[in-house]
Design a protein around this ligand. Structure first.
Ligand code: CP
Length: 301
């Protein structure tokens, strides 16, 4: 396979996109969800999925999305590749570019994805780094649109760990779509300055800003790259999303979590499995959002 000559369409961070482009992706995702049937948009195309961390939703949704669009996937573990034995990201990207038509990579440092993309002659998709998780938040935005309509002006509250990759992508989305985002987190776990790329209110008072919230978001307290689990649990205890917090937000507020969840830590079982929970829709919407992202990367949208 010869290298592509046009600049590849990478999907690395929401902050690189306009409202118009992301809206187009979300609209296509909704259409693909409404008419879910095998298609051949990506016939003959192969996506490599490179995982340096575990995954359920990202792996299954990308594999299935590619197959339902008529293409193929190859799943690779970073540990089993020469990447794990010192081959550079840039060299790996150039080699994969001779075999496959796009790569989704899940790794640790954000700089690794950026370095991989710089070397890649084909589109590269960020399947999660320690910094951001744009594919997840596309599915989340689709879920909000389905339940509430337009994104502009929505009132969203994040409770828990403020130094979180899903939150970074939510902050970026908030700037693009113009919704109000309050981050309620311990001061020791506040968003890093690099993540504060959009208008956001940060408060350390547990539950502050919940009144009138339309979506209450959280994520696991112990991410795959966190080593200080006991310290984090102690700091985050007052920020758990429980029934009292959802009552504070109001009966119409939806509860959102990218999963996997830990009932009894960041969220109670009653909220997670209760009537305000949107978590299963979010998980399903990974599939439809991933399809739209793939079509955009391949220049079909
Ligand atoms: N939310 C999410 O990215 O799930 P996985 O880690 O299972 O892919």
């Amino acid at each position: 396979m010869s290298a592509m000559t046009d600049s590849p369409r990478h999907f690395l961070d929401l902050s690189s996109f306009s409202e118009e482009t992301l809206s187009r992706l979300l609209d296509r995702a909704a259409e693909l969800k409404a008419t879910r049937a095998p298609r051949d948009d990506l016939r003959g195309k192969t996506l490599a999925l490179v995982f340096e961390k575990p995954s359920t939703r990202t792996r299954v949704s990308f594999e299935l999305a590619m197959k339902e669009l008529g293409g193929f996937t190859i799943v690779l573990s970073g540990k089993e590749m020469q990447l794990g034995h010192g081959e550079s990201l840039g060299d790996t990207a150039r080699v994969l570019g001779r075999y496959v038509h796009a790569v989704m990579i899940r790794t640790f440092d954000h700089a690794q994805v950026q370095e991989f993309a710089r070397g890649a002659p084909m589109p590269v998709i960020n399947g999660l780094t320690n910094f951001s998780h744009p594919c997840q938040v596309m599915a989340d935005l689709l879920t909000v649109k389905e339940r509430l309509g337009a994104l502009k002006g929505r009132r969203v509250v994040w409770m828990g760990d403020g130094d979180n990759n899903v939150l970074t992508s939510w902050i970026q989305a908030g700037k693009i779509f113009g919704f109000t985002l309050t981050v309620c987190c311990p001061k020791e776990l506040a968003p890093k300055p690099a993540a504060l790329a959009g208008p956001v209110t940060v408060t350390h008072e547990p539950g502050a800003g919940l009144e009138g919230a339309e979506a209450v978001l959280t994520d696991t307290w112990i991410s795959m790259h966190n080593a200080d689990a006991d310290r984090r649990r102690a700091l985050l205890e007052p920020y758990r999303v429980d029934e009292a917090r959802m009552k504070q937000a109001g009966a119409n507020a939806m509860f959102m979590h990218c999963l996997p969840a830990h009932r009894g830590e960041e969220v109670t079982g009653a909220v997670m499995d209760g009537p305000q929970s949107a978590v299963w829709d979010e998980a399903e919407n990974r599939l439809h959002a991933q399809k739209a992202i793939l079509l955009w990367c391949f220049g079909k949208l």
